[in-house]
Every structure is written in C-alpha cells, then in structure tokens.
Design a protein around this ligand. Structure first.
Ligand code: SAM
Length: 232
C-alpha cells in the first residue's frame, strides 16, 4: 500500500493496542485518518485540529453518520469534533485526550512554533500516548529524482539521530518515554538507512490527574474555532 496508508494503519494498529476512548488528530488535513478511526469501536470522542480551514471543510461531511448508522444506532456513544487552530496555541478543547496523533506535521513547523507545539502537546494536553511521524532524511537518497526536501512546505527533514535527539529532549522536559520505529522499508541491503517515515511513540510516565479541574479549563482562553460537531 502507499506510504500514507501505511502511516494511517500504523496509528490504527496503536489504537487497537491501547484502546483509547478519546483520540485527537493534530494536523488532520482532509480528515482521512479520522474517517478511518471512526470505525474503531473503542473510540467515544474523536477530534481533529488543523490550521487550514479549507482543507478540513473540503471532505468533512464524510464524518457524518451513514444512513444505516441512523437506522441502527450503535451502543457506544461517538462524538466527532473538528477545530481550526494552531498546534502552537493552547485551547481547553484539546484537554482530556488519551491519544494524540501528529502524522507528517512537525516538519511543517518553524523552530519557534515547534517549541510551542512541544509545550502544548506534552506540557498542556498531556495525553497518555502521542504518535509523531516525520520524514527520515537519510532515506531521501533512495528516492530517485529528489533534490532538496520531499515537499516545498517542509521547514526541515531530520536524520534518525536528529529526530531521536529532539524526542529524547521532549521526554526529559515533560516526563515521557519514547520508542522509535517507522513505516516504509527500503530495498534489501539498505536497512541501515532506516524507514522512509520515522515514527516516535511517546508514553506519559506519570498517571493521569483524573477528571480535569474547572481551574485548568478556566486558565486558558479559547483560541480554536469549532467548525464541525456531530453526535452519533
Ligand atoms: N496528518 C495528515 C496526513 O498525514 O495526511 C496531513 C499532513 S499535511 C502534510 C500537514 C498538515 O498540517 C496540513 O494539513 C497543514 O495545514 C497542517 N498544519 C501545518 N501547520 C499547522 C499548525 N501550526 N497547526 C495545525 N495544523 C498545522
């Protein structure tokens, strides 16, 4: 399957493993991953955030219940919410999630924005699991005809070491641990290059503080704009 589908499957497999009830996709773009996650029956709240409103609204109506879902409502509650907002900004609507996915997002962030992203995800949202994927720059030499970055909007593409150093720093600052893997293998003999897409699966090292206090919600102003909300 194409690489983007392998990345979505990577998230789906982790959802199957950890069975989170509340999942948020940061940089959800056209909601393809959310649409796939909707069929994971452990999930009761599914949210998407992207800075680009047009890219979200383009296909978001496929998240609406299907006629058969109206006729035969499932036992589990399911709410899907979409927001326009930046991952550099805190918003109380990002609190209380068990798992956050950030697929091919960080390489689009300028250094100061990336720092705010780390603080917002690992210091403010504090989900039990965070999944981050980003291109592995070392793999680029296996991609014929590529010169420069894989996409013109990329602010950087990291080697395995660069990504792992960044991830370890995040873990020591915010009390998480991380395991590295990836998706997309090169041809035999190129194993040292690593995966085409490198992934870090971060796990919070401390227990959840339980239900959110009203205070922590009141502390931050809303900066995200709700653009879609459907209750199954
Ligand atoms: N996660 C999707 C996927 O894997 O198909 C989309 C990846 S796309 C390469 C990167 C997305 O991140 C874009 O939709 C872009 O609008 C979004 N993005 C970039 N900067 C952002 C920011 N500061 N806050 C939220 N989303 C952002």
């Amino acid at each position: 399957p194409p690489l983007y589908k392998q990345r979505y499957q990577f998230v789906i497999d982790l959802v199957k493993k950890y069975k989170p009830k509340k999942v948020v996709d940061l940089g959800c773009a056209d909601c393809t991953l959310l649409w796939k996650l909707k069929f994971q029956t452990c999930i009761e709240v599914l949210a998407g955030v992207d800075i680009n409103r047009a890219v979200i609204t383009d296909k978001m109506y496929r998240l609406s219940p299907l006629p058969c879902e109206y006729l035969q409502p499932s036992e589990r509650p399911l709410t899907i919410k979409l927001y326009q907002g930046s991952v550099a900004e805190k918003d109380p609507c990002t609190l209380g999630f068990d798992l956050a996915s950030c697929i091919e997002l960080i390489e689009h962030l300028e250094t100061p924005v990336l720092e705010k992203f780390s603080e917002m995800v690992f210091g403010y949202m504090t989900p039990a699991i965070v999944i981050i994927s980003t291109p592995n720059a070392e793999f680029n030499r296996l991609l014929p005809g590529l010169n420069g970055f894989r996409h013109k909007d990329h602010k950087f593409e990291w080697t395995k070491e660069e990504f792992q150093n960044w991830a370890q720093d995040v873990c020591s600052s915010y009390n998480y641990t991380v395991e590295f893997t990836g998706v997309g293998k090169g041809p035999p003999g190129t194993e040292d290059v690593g995966f085409c897409t490198q992934c870090g699966v971060f796990t919070r090292s401390y227990p959840s503080e339980g239900s959110l206090t009203a205070d922590s919600c009141r502390d931050t102003e809303h900066s995200y704009k709700p653009i879609y909300n459907v209750v199954y």
